[in-house]
Design a protein around this ligand. Structure first.
Ligand code: FAD
Length: 561
C-alpha cells in the first residue's frame, strides 16, 4: 500500500496553532521582536536566533533555491524546525508578508520550554521533527550537489548528509539546466565534479565530509575553555543513550562522532528486535529520535570530527583533554568511550578501486537506487547481512547471499532465516567465498566466487557487492594513554562495579567504556542503549568523588594559609 507523504497526512501536527493561553505561558521564555513588512525573518545558511511564536502578522516560508512556498505562518503559529533547537543555520527563507510581532525563544530557552512545559514542548518538538522530515522527503533546503548519481564522491556526500538527517538537492550535470548554469557560473569543468553549492553561496569542489559539515553549519567550533562533566566518544546507540540520560540528569555533555549519528545501528535497514517497535523501525529513524532527544536535553554534538588522542589537562590535573582530528581540543572531567566497531573488509587487492561506488558497507535507499533491477552479491551471515539481503531483494532482480560457513542458522536470527527462505530472488551460497572483482576505471562489472567442493569458479555480471562481514574496534588511539584492551582491541571494563565501585570503568580512572567497544559486551542495539544509560550513574559517582577530593584539597590548602 502506498504511504501518504508526511506533509499530507500530518499537516495539523506539523503546523499546530497554539491557543492564546498557551502563548501566554511561553512569554516568560522569550522576548518580543518586531519585523517590518518585507523584512527577512529567516535566511537559508544563516544561524537562526530561535523559535518565533507569531502574535500578529504573517511570515512566508519558502525554498531558498526555487522560492516555492512551503507555508505561511499566521498568529498562533510558530516558525522553526530542528535547526532551531541548536541554533544552527536555517534551511529555508522566511519573509514578513506584513508587519510582524512575535515572541523569540532562543535555543537554550526552547530546551527549557521542552522540560518545563511538557505538553506544549511535546507539540513543538513533534512539529520541528515533522518539518525536517518533510524537507527531507521533498529535498527542500540544504546544499545542492552537482554530479552523477553513480559517482563515488556523490554517493559519499549524499550518504553523509542522509545519515546526518540533513536535506540536500542533487542535480544531474547531463540533464539539468540549472546544473549547467551553475557549472558555467563557477567555471567548473566536468572533471572537477562533484561540486557542492551551500545555502550561504559558497561553492566547494568535491569537499571532504568535514569541509561540507563546516560550510553548512552542521559542526561548530568547540569552546576549549569549557570543562564538560562528560565527553562521549561516539554517537551510536551507546553514546546517544549516555548523552540522553546524562544531559537529562543535569550533566554538561558533549558528544563527538567521526561520521554521523547512529553508528552501526544507523546503517540498519530495519531493526525488528528492539523493544517497543513491533512492526520494526529503520535504524536511521530510531537513531534520529535519540539524536534529537539528546539535543533537547542540551547535549552538544560535534559531528564529524575524530577523537585522535586523550591525555591529562595541564591546568587541571583531574580533567582530561581529548584532541580531535580538526586540531580542536575538548576538556572534560570524565570520558565515555562508546566508539563501537568498524566494518571488516575483504582481503582482495583491488577492493579499494571499487569501494564507495560499487562495493558497499551499507544498504540504504541511496545504494538500493543504484542496483534496481540488477543482480547483486552480498557477503555475510549475521543479522546485518540478513537484513541487507531482505531489503535489497525488494529492488534487485536477484541477491546472491555468499556465506563462508556451512549454514545461516548458527549466526542469523530465526525470523531472518525464514524471511530469506521465503524470498524467491535470494539464493544462499554456503561455504562460498568471493575470489575476484573485475572491472575497468573503477567500474565493477564482474564478480567471481568459489564454493567448497566445487573446482570451478562462478563468474557473473554483477556491479554491486555488499559486505556485512562483521566489525572490529578501532581503539589503537587509547593504548598510548594506558587504557587496557583485550587481544582483539576491545576495551576492558566490567559492567558490574568492582572494588572501585564504578561500573564500566576502564583501567584508567574517570574513563568508561560502553557498547560494542567494550570487551564481552553483547553486540546489540538494546544492550548498547542499556550500557549507555547505566554508565551515567557511574559518572555521577565519579564526579562526586572528584568534587569531594578537590574540596578536601581546597580546605586543607585554606587551613594552612
Ligand atoms: C547493518 C547492521 C544491522 C544491525 N542490525 C541490528 C539489529 O537489528 N538489532 C540489534 O540489536 N543490533 C543490530 N546491529 C548491531 C548494532 O547496530 C550494534 O550492536 C550497535 O550499533 C552498537 O552500538 P555502539 O553505540 O556501541 O557502537 P556503534 O553503533 O558502532 O557506534 C559507534 C560510533 O562511534 C564513532 N566513532 C568511532 N571511533 C571514533 C573516534 N575515534 N572519534 C569519534 N567517533 C568515533 C563511529 O563513527 C560510530 O558512529 C546491526 C549492525 C549493523 C552494522
Amino acid at each position: 500500500m502506498a504511504t501518504r507523504p508526511t506533509m499530507e497526512s500530518r499537516r495539523d501536527q506539523m503546523f499546530p496553532l497554539l491557543a492564546p493561553q498557551e502563548i501566554d505561558r511561553l512569554r516568560r521564555f522569550g522576548e518580543i521582536r518586531h519585523y517590518a513588512k518585507g523584512e527577512m525573518v529567516l535566511s537559508a545558511g544563516k544561524d537562526v536566533e530561535g523559535l518565533l511564536v507569531i502574535l500578529s502578522g504573517e511570515v512566508r516560508i519558502a525554498s531558498h533555491h526555487t522560492n516555492d512556498e512551503i507555508v505561511v505562518h499566521a498568529p498562533g503559529s510558530f516558525l522553526g524546525e530542528l535547526a532551531h533547537l541548536s541554533g544552527r543555520p536555517s534551511l529555508v527563507d522566511g519573509q514578513a508578508v506584513s508587519d510582524v510581532e512575535a515572541i523569540l525563544i532562543a535555543p537554550a530557552h526552547l530546551r527549557e520550554v521542552m522540560v518545563a512545559e511538557a505538553e506544549i514542548g511535546e507539540r513543538i518538538m513533534r512539529a520541528l521533527i515533522l518539518r525536517r522530515v518533510r524537507l527531507l522527503e521533498q529535498n527542500v533546503g540544504g546544499p545542492v550537489i552537482v554530479g552523477r548519481a553513480d559517482n563515488r564522491d556523490v554517493l559519499r556526500l549524499e550518504g553523509f548528509l542522509a545519515r546526518n538527517g540533513h536535506p540536500h538537492e542533487r542535480l544531474d550535470p547531463d540533464a539539468d539546466g540549472c546544473a549547467k548554469a551553475l557549472l558555467e557560473r563557477f567555471h567548473v569543468s566536468p572533471a572537477e565534479l562533484p561540486i557542492v553549492v551551500c545555502a550561504n553561496g559558497t561553492m566547494l569542489r568535491n569537499p571532504s565530509e568535514n569541509a561540507l559539515a563546516r560550510c553548512i553549519g552542521l559542526t561548530r567550533a568547540v569552546d576549549s575553555s569549557k570543562l564538560y562533566d562528560a565527553a562521549i566518544v561516539g554517537s551510536g546507540p551507546a553514546g546517544l543513550a549516555a548523552a540522553v540520560y546524562g544531559a537529562s540528569e543535569g550533566l554538561s555533555v558533549i558528544v563527538i562522532d567521526c561520521r554521523a549519528f547512529g553508528g552501526q545501528a544507523g546503517a540498519s535497514a530495519r531493526i525488528e528486535n528492539y523493544l517497543g517497535f513491533p512492526t520494526g523501525i529503520s535504524g536511521l529513524a530510531l537513531m534520529a529520535r535519540a539524536y534529537n532527544q539528546a539535543q533537547k536535553f542540551g547535549a552538544e554534538m560535534i559531528i564529524p570530527d575524530e577523537v585522535r588522542s586523550i591525555g591529562r589537562d595541564t591546568e587541571d590535573g583531574d580533567a582530561f583533554v581529548l584532541l580531535l582530528a580538526s586540531g580542536q581540543s575538548i576538556r572534560a572531567r570524565s570520558v565515555v568511550i562508546a566508539s563501537g566497531a568498524e566494518y571488516r573488509r575483504l582481503s582482495l587487492d583491488n577492493l579499494p578501486d571499487y569501494e564507495g561506488a560499487h562495493v558497499h558497507y551499507w544498504a540504504s535507499p541511496l545504494e538500493a537506487r543504484l542496483c534496481a533491477g540488477q543482480e547483486v552479491a552480498l557477503v555475510g551471515a549475521g543479522n546485518s547481512a540478513g537484513q541487507g539481503a531482505v531489503y535489497l531483494s525488494g529492488v534487485a532482480s536477484k541477491v546472491w547471499l555468499i556465506v563462508r560457513g556451512k549454514s545461516l542458522d548458527a549466526t542469523m536470527s530465526r525470523y531472518l532465516c525464514d524471511r530469506i527462505a521465503a524470498q524467491p530472488n535470494i539464493e544462499v551460497l554456503v561455504e562460498t567465498e568471493i575470489d575476484a572483482l573485475e572491472g575497468k576505471d573503477g567500474v565493477l562489472d564482474h564478480v567471481s566466487w568459489r564454493s567448497a567442493g566445487n573446482a570451478e569458479t562462478v563468474r557473473r555480471a554483477i556491479s554491486h557487492v555488499f559486505l556485512f562481514i562483521g566489525a572490529a574496534p578501532n581503539t589503537g588511539w587509547l593504548a598510548q594513554f594506558g587504557v587496557e584492551r583485550d587481544s582483539k582491541g576491545f576495551v576492558l571494563a566490567e559492567a558490574l562495579a568492582g572494588e572501585n565501585r564504578f561500573p564500566f570503568q576502564t583501567s584508567r580512572r574517570g574513563i568508561f567504556a560502553v557498547g560494542d567497544v567494550r570487551a564481552a559486551s553483547i553486540k546489540r542495539v538494546a544492550a548498547a542503549v542499556g550500557e549507555g544509560a547505566q554508565v551515567v550513574s557511574a559518572l555521577h559517582a565519579w564526579l562526586a568523588d572528584v568534587r569531594d577530593a578537590s574540596s578536601a584539597v581546597a580546605s586543607t590548602f585554606g587551613a594552612r594559609t
